[in-house]
Design a protein around this ligand. Structure first.
Ligand code: ATP
Ligand code: ZN
Ligand code: MG
Ligand code: MG
Length: 457
């Protein structure tokens, strides 16, 4: 990529989240910051601050999250400085492709800074003669129920955060229908429950599920539209990738079998060590016996008890990192206040305590060497806040599974080894001062759920 010869016509709109907008050009993507639309005339930060913010994302991902989640899953990318004219033209070009509900924010056209990453939906391995790679993005959200003694409402220990949040989102008109996906099923390690969870992601993807083919998004939720998603067109897309063995082709052509094979493929990828390495490591830890009362899964019908997730699986690593939130927001908030008070008294401590970075080995050490008991110190409080922020990032990340289809698929009755790869993306640090907001949101979600008794459709 020659930064001085950037042409907006080479780039196309790829997608966006709440914080950033992504454009792609074959094997790379640029991830640009977004600002609230009200600030569009005057940016909330200088170009240097924007550069710092993106460098912090890179550092957090490569020095902190990658050692917690496993390097093999992570691409941290690098900060690039783009010509301002290119960025302006790009923002005009992509504007009409953006979903209306995301347009409360505008793309940053002032700093010229962006994060450059490999395009995971169009990997380098892809050979043009083959069927394009199929990529599945899952945003799994929080996979455990809090067991902290600081939890004040019993319901939080029975119904998971995602399921409660669904009721809140429907009540507030964010989504028309509730998703029946439950993260506790996905993180259970039970194939049956995982299959069930993925089926519900397909039925109601919201912003938790997307499918890309050859770099193009072919399946996702269209917010605000009531259209049911086109399962037939999805089946049509999936068929060429899931026809193992000649003898099975006929039945696959007819029915929904590719959908089952597709889900099975995803379950395998999520339980594996990540590199299409075939055999599962049976060293399973964890109970895997926790259920969410809001999940429609029928506990009596779970055929096999699960021993939990294999310890080298992507889901295990994500769950372990999420579980660094040991106190729940209710137990964490007083410690946040302790840090905040300390910073008011000693503003210069902000750097030593690494509140806004730098996200280096010392930061990682602070959170890993946290004492188990609260000794009343600010160091303890900071370590717990750091742990909580890391857990928040792990609750918000996405998993990308890429499947390469090759000719062998036709010939053998088993998919070939190394036919897929697994990555984790969206590993931004969550700001220190987002913690009070987290407490308020938690209270709103729980009280909404208690008010409606979880009785919404
Ligand atoms: P969120 O609201 O989930 O926090 P965000 O604003 O932080 O999102 P990302 O999730 O990083 O932004 O990126 C938005 C979308 O762009 C992703 O959901 C994914 O579909 C796509 N994307 C991001 N990084 C890559 C990548 N390296 N390769 C391919 N697609 C990507
Ligand atoms: Zn749930
Ligand atoms: Mg995201
Ligand atoms: Mg994000």
């Amino acid at each position: 990529m020659e930064l001085d010869k950037m042409d907006e016509n080479d780039w196309k709109y790829h997608g966006e989240g709440n914080k950033s907008l992504v454009v792609s050009h074959v094997q790379v993507i640029l991830r640009l910051l977004k600002y609230p639309a009200e600030d569009s005339e005057n940016p909330p930060q200088t170009a240097e601050q924007a550069f710092r913010q993106i460098q912090n994302i890179v550092d957090f991902s490569s020095n902190v999250m990658s050692s917690l989640l496993g390097e093999k899953f992570i691409h941290s990318g690098e900060v690039v400085k783009l010509p301002l004219e290119f960025v302006r033209q790009l923002s005009i070009k992509v504007q009409h492709q953006r979903p209306a509900w995301r347009c409360d924010k505008v793309m940053d056209i002032y700093s010229g800074c962006a994060l450059c990453l490999p395009n995971l939906t169009s990997p380098a391995l892809h050979q043009p003669t083959h069927t394009p790679p199929l990529c599945i993005e899952i945003k799994p959200k929080c996979g455990f129920l809090p067991s902290s003694k600081h939890v004040s409402k019993d319901i939080k220990t029975k119904v998971c955060r995602f399921c409660m949040h669904q009721h809140y989102k429907v009540a507030n008109g964010k989504w028309k229908r509730r998703s029946l996906y439950c993260p506790l099923d996905l993180f259970s390690g039970s194939r049956q429950r995982m299959h069930f969870a993925i089926r519900h992601l397909i039925e109601e993807p919201q912003n938790n599920f997307k499918i890309f083919k050859g770099g193009q998004c072919i399946y996702s939720s269209k917010e605000g539209s009531d259209d049911s998603l086109d399962l037939n067109s999805l089946l049509h897309h999936l068929r060429p990738y899931f026809m193992y063995g000649n003898n099975r082709i006929n039945s696959h052509m007819m029915g929904k079998a590719p959908l089952n094979d597709f889900i099975q493929f995803l379950v395998n990828a999520l339980l594996s060590g990540g590199g299409g390495d075939g055999g599962l490591v049976m060293d399973r830890r964890g109970e895997g016996r926790s259920f969410c009362e809001a999940s429609p899964i029928n506990k009596e019908r779970i055929r096999h008890g699960s021993q939990g997730l294999p310890s080298d699986s992507v889901l295990f690593r994500i769950l372990q990192t999420q579980m660094l939130d040991t106190l729940d927001i209710e137990g964490l908030h007083p410690l946040y206040r302790r840090v905040e008070q300390h910073l008011q008294d000693f503003p210069k401590e902000r750097y030593r305590l690494q509140i806004d970075g730098p996200y280096n080995e010392a930061f990682l050490e602070k959170l890993q060497k946290c004492p188990t008991e609260d000794d009343g110190s600010v160091e303890y409080a900071v370590a717990k806040v750091h742990q909580y922020r890391v857990a928040m990032t792990a609750k918000d990340c996405s998993v990308m599974v890429t499947k390469e289809r090759d000719f062998q698929d036709f010939l053998s009755s088993r998919p070939p080894a190394f036919s897929y790869s697994v990555s984790i993306l969206d590993l931004d640090p969550k700001p220190f001062d987002s913690i009070p907001r987290q407490l308020r949101l938690d209270q709103k979600i729980v009280s909404c759920y208690l008010r409606t008794g979880g009785a919404l459709p």
